[in-house]
Write a protein that binds this ligand. Structure first.
Ligand code: ADP
Length: 264
């Protein structure tokens, strides 16, 4: 059942991705296909419009360059599909990638970490979790161009299991990873589409719209969930919940109850 779930989620993400690619590539191909005729017209006739022709050739070149950039992003995305999950302590992964995160966010953004002691283990690919942290940090940095604070928190939480019997085998125990910034925040219509491949509000060249869809895919593969809480003008918090692995015996201990209310 687990691998079936993986497969379904994977296909869902890939399906979304394929839809996004088709859409973006069609737009780029339209430029590449239609502009040569336009340029031919501009150059025909007794008074060739050289300036317009030059500009339109530039459009073709930019469309082709953007298509190339998309292909590279997609290849990177596809490579990440090969996952090697292992029993993982998320705090270790955060610590391993901390220096890279600091360099990513630059000197104007403060990095604050609050890592819970005795964090429960999860089953995940450490490289993929690093990717999640880096992608979220890149977005946080972009949202804090005037500086701010990026916070990374981890905690053991027990999610109250639904009474309808759809509870997981993990007894509600999850590890929570929160990545917060004090940046621009996200309006509701951006939150709604944020995880879709190729959705971006950034200017062309600045964003590919693949950062959060990659994060979403990785979290789904670890059988986790990700939600966004955001306040325009105040900042954004991404909350990742990953079920603890039942591959290791865990000491029975109390953790704070955590009411999971997906916001956004
Ligand atoms: P990209 O960063 O290339 O635009 P993403 O998928 O990473 O693509 O993000 C999609 C959009 O979600 C961004 O364009 C931005 O509008 C919004 N977003 C993501 N993270 C944040 C954040 N921390 N603060 C504000 N907006 C964000």
């Amino acid at each position: 059942l687990q691998s079936q779930l993986h497969q379904t989620q994977r296909l869902e993400v890939l399906g979304q991705l394929a839809g996004g690619i088709a859409h973006d590539f069609n737009n780029l191909l339209a430029v590449i296909l239609n502009y040569p005729e336009l340029i031919a017209d501009e150059l025909a006739g007794p008074a060739p419009e050289l300036e317009s022709a030059g500009r339109d050739m530039g459009q073709i070149q930019r469309a082709a360059e953007r298509a190339t950039a998309l292909t590279h992003q997609l290849l990177a995305f596809a490579r990440r599909e090969i996952v090697q999950p292992r029993v993982l302590e998320l705090n270790q992964t955060v610590t391993d990638v901390e220096e890279l995160l600091r360099r990513t966010i630059g000197a104007d953004v403060l990095l604050r970490t609050d890592l819970a002691a005795d964090l429960w283990p999860v089953l995940a690919d450490p490289g993929q979790i690093e990717q999640v942290l880096v992608n979220l940090a890149v977005n946080a940095r972009d949202a804090m161009s005037a500086g701010g604070t990026l916070s990374i928190d981890t905690a053991n939480v027990i999610i109250d299991t639904p009474a309808d019997g759809t509870a997981t085998q993990h007894g509600g125990r999850h590890v929570r990873l929160q990545v917060s910034d004090t940046g621009t925040g996200m309006p509701a219509d951006v939150i709604e589409h944020a995880f879709e491949p190729f959705f971006t509000t950034k200017s062309e060249g600045a964003g590919t719209g693949l950062g959060l869809s990659t994060v979403y895919g990785i979290v789904a593969q670890a059988e986790g969930t990700i939600t966004i809480q955001s306040q325009p003008g105040a900042g954004t918090t991404f909350t990742v919940l990953v079920p603890v692995t039942d591959e290791v015996a865990l000491p029975i201990e109390e953790a704070p109850r955590y009411q999971h209310t997906p916001a956004g």
